[in-house]
Ligand binder design. Structure first.
Ligand SMILES: C[S@@+](CC[C@H](N)C(=O)[O-])C[C@H]1O[C@@H](n2cnc3c(N)ncnc32)[C@H](O)[C@@H]1O
Length: 283
């Protein structure tokens, strides 16, 4: 290619990327919802669990660490008599949710949703059928006492037949300092496991977003967690009073060998490099 054509193409490429996402024009919460969350499948899973364990669906849901409360909104949309409460400490993320996620609900749906800027351990929202704690948020409690105290508060706040549903991640890759990229529509999502301390299992993970124009939203989100094992979590749930603490493991697609999005109860997982599992814990 002649220098001239190259230059012309560069100019053309520049023009083509006009209106594309860039670090300057992007909103980190919007990109988070697009890249990390899949609230439809979370709520599908909650319904699946309730049908399996209780032979019916639940009506009341509390989304702990709710952020933009997207799962609570999905719960509200799912059935006309569903009610939801979202709980998060951070006014900034709640304000984003109020601005972006509330307007797409109609008046009746909005009336069935309550948002509380409170600590999940002391929200005052009780008598709840399902507490949902997703995207590993409870990993921020780094001691056994701290995590047990959270689980005890959920146990206290649940209805008599209530169920806690939460997720966990692990696998050999989770003990490695590494970056993983996923190319999405108009931007790249980067999961950066930047620090792991084998002495106490402390991890620091960042989410960055990269854009076609070469710009980057660095450390859009940062998580300082303890990488809990499934057996530690199970023990603490049981110590908090829960019974029938169950791990749900993801099935495998035959062709790709990847997870198939279907989770079933199990006592035996697989030693794969990266996995996500669900817990259900019954009151
Ligand atoms: C990883 S984000 C989770 C967002 C959302 N649950 C999801 O599934 O993507 C963690 C959220 O927990 C909130 N948070 C941290 N500690 C909290 C606490 N003690 N009580 C309530 N919210 C808390 C933070 O403000 C943040 O919005």
């Amino acid at each position: 290619m002649s220098k001239r054509t190259e230059k012309k193409n560069k100019k053309k490429n520049r023009k083509d990327t006009e209106g594309w996402r860039s670090a300057k024009t992007s909103d980190r919460h919007e990109l988070y919802e697009l890249s990390v969350q899949n609230v439809e499948s979370e709520i599908d899973f909650a319904d699946h669990v309730w049908e399996r364990l209780r032979g019916r669906t639940a009506r009341t849901l509390r989304e702990d660490f709710c952020g933009t409360f997207a799962a609570a909104c999905e719960w509200i949309r799912r059935r006309d008599d569903n009610t939801a409460i979202g709980v998060d400490l951070d006014e900034e993320v709640l304000a984003w949710g109020r601005e972006r996620n509330l307007p797409v609900l109609d008046d009746d749906q909005r009336a069935r949703l309550e948002i509380l800027q409170k600590d999940v351990r002391d929200s005052g929202a009780t008598g709840i059928e399902t507490v949902l704690a997703m995207n590993f948020s409870y990993f921020l409690f780094k001691t056994r006492d701290g995590l047990r105290t959270y689980f005890e508060s959920v146990y206290r706040d649940l209805a008599d037949d209530g169920i806690l549903i939460c997720d966990a991640y692990g696998g050999s890759d989770s003990y490695t300092e590494m970056e993983e990229e996923r190319h999405l529509d108009g931007f790249t999502y980067v999961w950066d496991q930047s620090h792991y301390n084998p002495v106490n299992n402390d991890v620091v993970n960042h989410i960055h977003f990269r854009f076609p124009d070469g710009s980057e939203m660095t450390e859009a989100f940062t998580y300082q967690w303890r990488l809990w094992s499934l057996s530690e979590i199970r023990e603490l749930l049981e110590e908090a009073g829960f019974r029938n603490v169950t791990v749900w493991w993801e099935g495998t697609e035959e062709d790709s060998g990847e997870g198939d999005g279907e989770f079933e109860p199990t006592d035996v997982g697989e030693a794969c490099p990266g996995w996500i599992a669900y817990f259900t814990a019954e009151k």
